[in-house]
Write a protein that binds this ligand. Structure first.
Ligand code: DDQ
Ligand code: CA
Length: 305
């Protein structure tokens, strides 16, 4: 009787200990000292495609039927002012007060392009005025919206022929990234702010500060809206942040250093940073590339830990 009783008590004890361990391990997964944990992802390359190594990719999106739309940067001509502004990277007041005075030859010319995914071939090339530096691009209502660097100016293009038919102004510091959920436009300007713009008026209708464990995440660059989240390249890092746009929380980090490192190892020493995320929502395909990268990758995420 005594041994039967102690057997029941000890098995109850073991059960309770196991239950406590299970609950606390689950809670640990959810939070560390009350801070929501952030999922980290490594990547697997499923496919690689050619990408124009001269494309200074600033905006990227999937346009259906194995095509991509891409916005590229570089100045065709550059004003001394913009050269200065690009060095300090934020000159709101000064920027508005000055007009362009002196031009030098720039590095190339910005563009909007329609690209065949499989071959990387540029099917339509719309070169921009050489004094603008092309940035974020998104497709809303059959029209491509593009912002430009260091200006509050943007352009709207017809998605079928890439003819430019409208110029607009917006209220962000300048233009870096654009994306859409089909209702609003999400915008970034290199700060830690994720903006929501009304696609009809281009007015800012909402903004959130993007934070990772309480720390602001600056340099938000190219954007993509994926399954209810906004994903952002963080300039000069090999990382993509998965952001909850309702409050700016970073939900996850995707680590992509292997892509850039392997390109450099293969002799592509002139390449610039990772930039450009495109999501094919019909086939759940995720594409990434970088500025002056000779390749574009279809990738799959693997949670680390
Ligand atoms: N951005 O992608 C961070 C928004 C812009 C990066 C531009 C870097 C190229 C600098 C060339 C400056 C020539 C005045
Ligand atoms: Ca994008």
């Amino acid at each position: 009787n005594y041994s039967r009783g102690s057997l029941i008590v000890s098995s109850l004890l073991v059960f309770c200990i196991l239950l406590i361990l299970y609950i606390s391990s689950n809670n640990l997964k959810k939070s560390t000292f009350g801070i929501p944990s952030t999922q980290i992802y490594s990547i697997e390359v499923l496919n690689e495609f050619p990408h124009d190594p001269k494309a200074f990719t600033q905006g990227l999106l999937y346009g259906g039927n194995d095509t991509l739309f891409e916005s590229t940067g570089q100045y065709g001509e550059i004003s001394v002012f913009k050269l200065l502004a690009s060095c300090i990277n934020a000159l709101d007041a000064v920027h508005d007060a000055f007009t362009t005075v002196l031009f030098c030859k720039g590095m190339g010319v910005s563009s909007v392009r329609k690209v065949a995914l499989q071959t990387g071939k540029v099917e339509i090339l719309q070169k921009m005025d050489g004094s603008y530096f092309g940035e974020g691009l998104t497709l809303f209502d059959e029209r491509l919206f593009q912002v430009v660097w260091l200006e509050r100016t943007g352009f709207i293009y017809d998605r079928y022929n890439l003819k430019k038919f409208e110029k607009f102004t917006h209220q962000m510091r300048d233009g870096w990234g654009l994306a859409t959920d089909g209702k609003v436009l999400f915008g970034s300007d290199g700060s830690s702010t994720l903006y929501q713009l009304d696609p009809r008026t281009l007015k800012v209708i909402g903004k959130e500060t993007v934070k990772y464990k309480g720390h602001e995440v600056y340099n938000l660059n190219e954007l993509e809206y994926i399954n209810g989240e906004v994903w952002a390249n963080v300039w000069q890092t090999d990382c993509i942040a998965r952001i909850a746009h309702k409050d700016g929380t970073v939900l996850g980090w995707i680590l992509l250093h292997n892509l850039r490192e392997n390109l450099i190892k293969a002799g592509n020493t002139h390449i610039d940073v990772l930039n450009g995320i495109a999501w094919d929502s019909d086939n759940n395909r995720l594409f990434v590339t970088g500025k002056l990268w000779p390749k574009l990758y279809e990738i799959k995420l693997h949670p680390v830990r």
